[in-house]
Design a protein around this ligand. Sequence first.
Ligand code: BES
Ligand code: MN
Ligand code: ZN
Length: 512
Amino acid sequence: MTALTLSTAGAATLRADALVVGVAKGAKGPVVAPGAEAVDKAFDGKLASVLETLGATGAEGEVTKVPAPSGLKTPVVLAVGLGAVPEKDETYDAETLRRAAGAAARALTGSKKAAFALPVEAAEDAEAIAEGALLGAYAFTAYQGGEKDAKNSKNGNGPKLPLAEIALLGAKPRDKAYKAAAERAIALTEEINRARDLVNTPPNDLYPESFAAVATAAGKEHGIKVQVFDEKALAKGGFGGILGVGQGSQNPPRLVKLSYTHSKAAKNLALVGKGITYDSGGISLKPAGHNETMKCDMSGAAAVFAAVVAAARLGLAVNVTGWLALAENMPSGSATRPGDVLRMYSGKTVEVLNTDAEGRLVLGDALTKASEENPDAIVDVATLTGAMVMALGNRTFGIMSNDDAFRTSIHEIAEEVGEQSWPMPLPSELRKGMDSPTADIANMGERMGGGLVAGLFLQEFVGEGITWAHLDIAGPAFHEGAPYGYTPKGGTGSAIRTLVKLAERTAAGDLG
Ligand code: BES
Ligand code: MN
Ligand code: ZN
């Protein structure tokens, strides 16, 4: 894990492998951003023109490396683009800083230590830079460099390791607000990076039982009560949805309950995550080209797990209960067939028309179970539908809810933490498409608006009168394109920052 410290050192005096500065896109070429004054001075005030000569424009995400002049204690200066210069009396917004810090950290993969001299006006800026840098300094290398000496990247055999140490300049290490900001960023990003690891771990190693074991261990470490329902307990309890999805696999399903409680909590928040450790589609098998990344289908459960642990580490004054609905969706002689009817935990029967619409089955059971405790709100998170990816693309998650104000709050919170999302409706006329001649409901409906159909299905399993929202993260959970900002290839940790901020807001009494 990359270490981060707030440093009082000046940019020109700190010893490191690289010094990161910001460069903005001015009207007449690149402009050196605040925080780098001493660095610019070491360049005799010519850093902007040096950068311009090297082709830098200050565009967002642009990275330019310059050999440092003798006045600096680092061999290299790395200028990262911040985009447009802020309007008069305004500062760089948090997401701009987060992405720039992430891009810089990524460009320093393989380095030991870097000092970040980006613009810091307030503790929130330091927090955003810390978050971005720590999220950018991420690599999933557990399965690389398997030959002897694998971990030793110096000999060229092993993978390049992420930037190991970050010193944040321009922050005030002794100021309470700055200290808290750094601590929050560290706890949050460690849990996000852990969730990314879980998502990236191949499905032959991450299956319901091994995921549950990770949750149990983390619970012990952070004072979270963890309860695991194994296949026997699930059968005894009548969890027909989770069992129906998991019964085709050699790896039996699990339902994991994580309970974080705080003595001064006034509110109870329940989080439910879809945890399909591999989605082959089951008997309704996905064709090649659609199953290679389906280890990511537990991203919702990973997000919920990370959010509960982060809430505990931050000591938030709210009770947060996480429910991980874990199963592996496989075809086999014991698998659920299209046409089978499952009896859900709620008692409702479901005709399974397509075994690839499995997420709603495991979530239905978990939503009913979570509702029994009558929480103030339930939020479920799931890589639920390809239709949501069609609608919103690869970077934006959809928000559905039975409460307009709650949906709006989540959308605003997501925006505030730098996660792209969009409110989606739950049109009641789509419900009849799921009418079944045999059971109470079918697990599939109209193709058009498939993401909303899935949301309507889930809504049927939410307890009467409970405020509920559903986040469909099928687009942003797993990034297949080139890395950008603080977003790596593979698991992204989508929705975690939104969930943690929601818990903070709930603790502060700002919601409902
Ligand atoms: N896990 C998939 C959804 C998905 C698609 C996640 C792409 C990430 C990227 C889900 O279980 C699924 O297969 N959904 C089907 C539902 C359909 C059969 C009603 C879909 O979206 O095609
Ligand atoms: Mn599926
Ligand atoms: Zn799925």
